[in-house]
Structure formats: C-alpha cells, structure tokens
Write a protein that binds this ligand. Structure first.
Ligand code: RFL
Ligand code: PHB
Length: 389
C-alpha cells in the first residue's frame, strides 16, 4: 500500500488530523491497535476549548457538538465549605464547551466512514521504518498477515503507550516527567449534575471535581490513593466521600445513583522533546501528558494537530516545508504552558501525603489570592479557555 501520511493511532488526535487532511484531498491511512467499539468505551475528557471546537468545525464534524454541547461561561473553585466563581466570559470574552471526548471520537469515526477513508483496526507489531530518511514505510500485522505502507510522512498519534515516541533514538529524545502521589477515582452516573457549572474543590479530605456530560449525565472525580482499586469503592462510599469534599450547601443538591463507569487514572506530567524526528511527527498524548486538573489533555492534542495539519497543508499545496520544519518548536511552546497550568492547578487543589503545615498555608494563600485578585482570575481564565494557537 501507499499513502501520503500514515497516522498511527485512531484516538482523537489521529482521527482529527486524518479528517482535516481528507477535506483537503491529502490521503492518509489510520492504523488503530484496538477496535472502534473499544476506543468508544473509553471515558476521558469533557471540556473543549474554542480552538478545538473551531478545528472540529473546519473538519466538518461539529453538527452534533453545535446542537448538543453546552457552553460554560465560568467555573466554581471551592475551599473547605466556601466557594467562589470565576467568569471566563467576563474575563476573556470566551466560554468553554462541555461535550465528551467519546462523542468527539464517535463523530470523527462516523465522518471517516462516510468519507470512505481507510482505517485499519486491530493492527499489531507496528514498526516505523526509515523515518529519518526520504522514503519512510510502516509495517504491521493484521489478521495474521504482515503489511507494509509506503508514505511521505508518519504522524505518531498513538498515545502515551504507543510505539511512535520509542522510535526516536534515545540520544535524540529528552523526556521530562513528574509523577504525582495520588490518582483520580472517576464515576459516570445517569443523574442530574449537582451544579450547572463545574466545581473544583480543595477540601481537607482531598480534591474533588464535579463535572458533567449533559443534564442527566454526571461525571465526578475524587482524589484517591494510588494503591486503591475501583473495586475498593462501592457507589455508596464514593457518594459519601464526594459529599464530604464539597461545600455543604452544594452537597445538599447532590443526586446519587448507580455508577455506569468507575475507573482510576494516575496523574502524571510528561513531555518529550523534540516532537519531530525526520519524517515522523508526534501528536497529543504520544508526546505529552498533563494531570487532568485543568482539562488540558485533549485540548493540547488539538493544538498539535492544528500546527501539524497546517504544516502539511503548506507542504502539499505550495511545496513549502517551513510549517513542518517549525512544528516541534511551535507545538512545544504551547505544550509547556499547558503543562505549567495543569501542574499549578493540581498543586493548588490537591492534598499531598508529605504536605507540611507551611505548604498548606501556601495553598490557602494561593486560593485566597485567586479569590480576591482580578489579575489572578484573568490569568486563570485565559489558561482555562485555552491560550491562542
Ligand atoms: P489517545 O486517546 O490515547 O489515542 C491513542 C490511540 O492510539 C492507539 N494506539 C495504537 N494504535 C496503533 N498501534 C499502536 N502501537 C498503538 N498504540 C496505541 C490507542 O489504542 C488509542 O486509540 O491519544 P490522543 O489521540 O493523543 O488523545 C489524547 C487524549 O485522549 C488525552 O489527552 C485525554 O483524554 C487525557 N485525559 C483527560 N484529558 C482531559 O482533558 N480531561 C480528562 O478528564 C481526561 N481524563 C485522560 C483522562 C487520559 C486518560 N488516559 C490516557 C489513561 C483519563 C484517562 C484514563
Ligand atoms: C471531565 O468532565 O471529565 C473533566 C472536566 C474537567 C477536568 C477534568 C475532567 O479538569
């Protein structure tokens, strides 16, 4: 087989890049290790920046998002039994949109199928060959048969555990990592959200987040120990703990119900540099991970896709390689700012096992500064709605 761009990974990064290229007549094949059904059972991000929304519109996949997504003009930050509101709309003129990653991915798969664009599922043993030469090719096995695709470029959109990043030699690649000493236990439940806006709460029992997907689908998280397993937590224990971690007058509105999904995500900050090696480009979680506290994971993947798509477009349309040559530098400049915001917001809101009384005072002072200072709220809001591409 032959194509212009082999995209490894059929998650949101790979599918969005594929769809944008397809709309411009640039041929791409997506290779996905799992099945479509499996990819669509993963419950992940829920907050979309307007930059991602614009890209989805440009890709022609935003009809359902435009009719079913909810604009959120701000968020609630709570400390113990008190809370305050930060208005993104007043401070930045911009909202964020609540629409699940699962739905974004479904819309992209539907569009890919409607366009008859090629996706190969259940691929195994993917190997990227000659990425540092002029004629790269990708080999893999599917249904017990080995296959080869020759291409101009490879987009490594295969997430944190994929093969693309590992293809870059160790003497070229530098990795930066911070692993946090806690995880998030998340549940999805068919209950009305406790509040119309998200609540990020720092309590003496640990962090909690009240989020949602729609008026009858809530997504809640609590900080948990890394040694916990979802089976350790009955639904009743989860609801009880959540209730104790948010201001009591808000907890009064909490509607409990059976969980339809329950999982634990460890928290990590990670960046690999550079994001390009020869004709291989890394995009999204393949290159960087953020803790979910600022809702930046999917949104930062989208800004990578924006830079890579535009670089490939000028290459194919005008023979100009400046966009792909500056891809890594441009993408990383924005990635590091999202890393900083996610790290700072995680530090502000979580309880750490080794936190001293001084550390706790610093945390409270930071939240108090945010509560009372217009410039601090504006900076928070600018980061939350997404820095410009
Ligand atoms: P994905 O979504 O991980 O997709 C990568 C795809 O590549 C496939 N793959 C391979 N395919 C072929 N060959 C191989 N060798 C392959 N290896 C892997 C995988 O099966 C998969 O389909 O990365 P992508 O597209 O870059 O998208 C990034 C986002 O998914 C990610 O940033 C966010 O979901 C992060 N994230 C969250 N972000 C938020 O903003 N808010 C959240 O609440 C939130 N929760 C989460 C998350 C990430 C999680 N992970 C990765 C463990 C919760 C979890 C559990
Ligand atoms: C979610 O709804 O899953 C969500 C929202 C905001 C975050 C993280 C996760 O910061």
């Amino acid at each position: 087989m032959k194509t212009s761009v082999v995209i490894i990974g059929g998650g949101p990064s790979g599918l969005l890049l594929g769809q944008l290229l397809h709309r411009k007549g640039i041929d791409a094949i997506v290779l996905e290790r799992k099945t479509r059904e499996y990819v669509l059972t993963r419950i992940r991000a829920g907050i979309l920046e307007t930059g991602l929304v614009s890209l989805l519109r440009e890709a022609g996949v935003a009809d359902r998002l435009d009719s079913e997504g909810f604009a959120h003009e701000g968020t609630i930050i709570a400390l113990d039994d008190e809370e305050f509101h930060i208005s993104f709309r007043d401070l930045t003129g911009t909202d964020v949109i609540v629409y699940g990653q699962t739905e974004v991915t479904r819309d992209l798969y539907d569009a890919r199928e409607a366009a008859d664009a090629k996706t190969i599922f259940n691929v195994e043993d993917v190997v990227i060959n000659d990425a540092d030469g002029d004629a790269p090719f990708v080999t893999f096995n599917v249904d017990g048969k080995s296959q080869r695709i020759d291409c101009d470029f490879v987009a490594g959109c295969d997430g944190f555990h994929g093969v693309s990043r590992q293809t870059i030699p160790l003497d070229v690649r530098k990795e930066y990592e911070k692993v946090y000493p806690f995880g998030w236990l998340g549940i999805l439940s068919e209950t009305p959200p406790v509040n119309e806006e998200l609540i990020y709460s720092n309590s003496d029992r640990g962090f909690a987040l009240c989020s949602m997907r729609n008026q009858n689908l809530s997504r809640y998280y609590i900080q948990c120990s890394l040694s916990d397993s979802p089976d350790d937590w009955t639904d009743e224990a989860f609801w009880e703990e959540l209730r104790r971690r948010i201001p009591s007058h808000l907890a009064e509105n909490l509607v409990a119900g059976p969980s339809i999904e329950k999982s634990i995500a460890p928290l990590r900050s990670f960046v690999t540099e550079p994001m390009r090696w020869g004709r291989l480009f890394l995009c999204g979680d393949a290159a960087h991970i953020v803790p979910p506290t600022g809702a930046k994971g999917l949104n930062t993947a989208a800004s990578d896709v924006h830079y890579l798509y535009n670089g490939l477009l000028t290459y194919y349309q005008d023979g100009d390689s400046s966009g792909i040559d500056s891809y890594s530098e441009k993408a990383l400049a924005r990635v590091w700012k999202a890393e900083r915001f996610s790290w700072a917001t995680t530090n502000m809101l979580h309880r750490y096992p080794d936190q001293s009384e001084f550390d706790l005072k610093m945390q409270r002072a930071e939240i108090e500064f945010l509560r009372t200072n217009d410039a601090a709220q504006r900076a928070f809001a600018q980061n939350y709605v997404g820095l410009p591409y």
